[in-house]
Design a protein around this ligand. Sequence first.
Ligand code: FAD
Length: 492
Amino acid sequence: MQSFGVIVVGAGNAGLCAALAARESAKSVLVLEAASESERGGNSRFTAGAMRVAYSGVADLKELMPDLTEAEIAQTDFGSYTESDFIDDLGRVTEYRGDPNLAELLVKRSFDTLRWMRSKGVRFAPMYGRQAFKVGERMRFWGGLTVEAWGGGPGLVDALVAAKQRDGIEIWYGARALRLITDDHGVHGVVVRRGGSTIEVRANAVVLASGGFEANAEWRARYLGPGWDLAKVRGSRFNTGAGIAMALEIGASPCGNWSGCHAVGWDRNAPEFGDLSVGDGFQKHSYPFGIMVNALGKRFVDEGADFRNYTYAKYGRVILAQPQQFAWQIFDSKVVHLLRDEYRIREVTRVRADTLDELAVKLEGVDAEGFLREVTAYNAAVRKDIAFDPTALDSRRTEGLAVDKSNWANTIDTPPFEAYAVTCGITFTFGGLRIDTEAAVVSVDGEPIPGLFAAGELVGGLFYFNYPGGSGLTSGAVFGRIAGASAARNRS
Ligand SMILES: Cc1cc2nc3c(=O)[nH]c(=O)nc-3n(C[C@H](O)[C@H](O)[C@H](O)COP(=O)(O)OP(=O)(O)OC[C@H]3O[C@@H](n4cnc5c(N)ncnc54)[C@H](O)[C@@H]3O)c2cc1C
């Protein structure tokens, strides 16, 4: 029987960070990955690589991105995003329900962990394309999200896999962890299905990093509620909750917002699971600059309630709750230049028209008269006396509507008009396993389970209701690093 110092289950960002950290002191590390090599990288590979990190100014950013040129620095207002900004944002959007110890670790270790990733060969870049607008002659960052992994999610995974190879970490693709090997003294390995055989692999410690249960329609309906089986999965088809199930089976404590998840507006005609050739391109995140209407032609949510980073993760649920689970996003030519790059992909469900009447009949599934009435009422309610500013909460709002828009309310009156059909795309689930500050999995009796650690999406207790964009990768990296180091120390 084969034996390793540490076994990591799952080769996404959290698992690969755990493996690299474990290898700093463990003699041997094995990563088990259910997907084939060509489908490797989990949800992490589908991302844009955006990573939320606390920094106090451009000097910190320069440490993460030494390639920043003097010209870039001169032309950019990077501002700062302090630890207390990060803590405040996390607390506000999760309604202060998260475990404060985990939240503090996430925030306080964010910068140092990205610096550590850099030391492993991951490169970072400023997220100009999605998180900055031109104001006068300078680019200004907004929303606290400034850094992305070079090459996005695919670049991040490639860099971590290259680091793993340099560090002599073994990885088995097409190897599905089935259950944990346990006795009264804790966890001692994993039962694995690989190449048609079921084998036992022993280890001093196991790190579970196999993602949430978003790709499991049965669990979605069971835990998120009726209708969630109908959501599209934005990323990996492999994240079926297997790691969570394995740990619960041996007495781990479930924790966090099991009925909650991150879900966004996603192309209505996107496939059932994510498509690596499109990545996150099916998302449609520029709704703050337009309006969204449902099958009745009615608006149903405040599109401008906050910066997109703080609303997008909860609006998928709102779209799922609409009749026939869809909505159309509507823009006029005044704002089309502000639409993000994902609006220009080939695989997009879009209609264009030169008049609102013509647009109304092109919106498949929508009551055209209801839509025209809604736009007329909306246009009349816009406070045109307040200036529009996409980089700030500008308070340019509507007044007197059943559902008012709080910021960035522009009239929809200047042709050509564009509309995009969206449904709900689930990103990842919030409920999962309880861990302590060493990333040890905690049992229902409240004690750490010897030899078992966890990181990434399958950890519960950090995110409730909503999530500040870019925190998923940072959480996987911070807790992956902690879990890997703790696992290597375990029984050594
Ligand atoms: C389209 C999209 C865009 C996103 N954009 C961002 C972004 O820009 N920034 C951000 O912070 N977050 C983003 N996220 C969220 C982010 O992807 C996750 O928070 C993060 O990648 C989770 O990392 P992880 O390592 O926990 O899981 P994953 O990266 O999903 O890795 C889990 C791995 O476990 C494997 N696995 C599952 N079951 C088993 C088993 N039984 N045995 C062995 N292996 C198994 C899976 O195949 C997978 O490779 C996005 C997600 C999606 C889907």
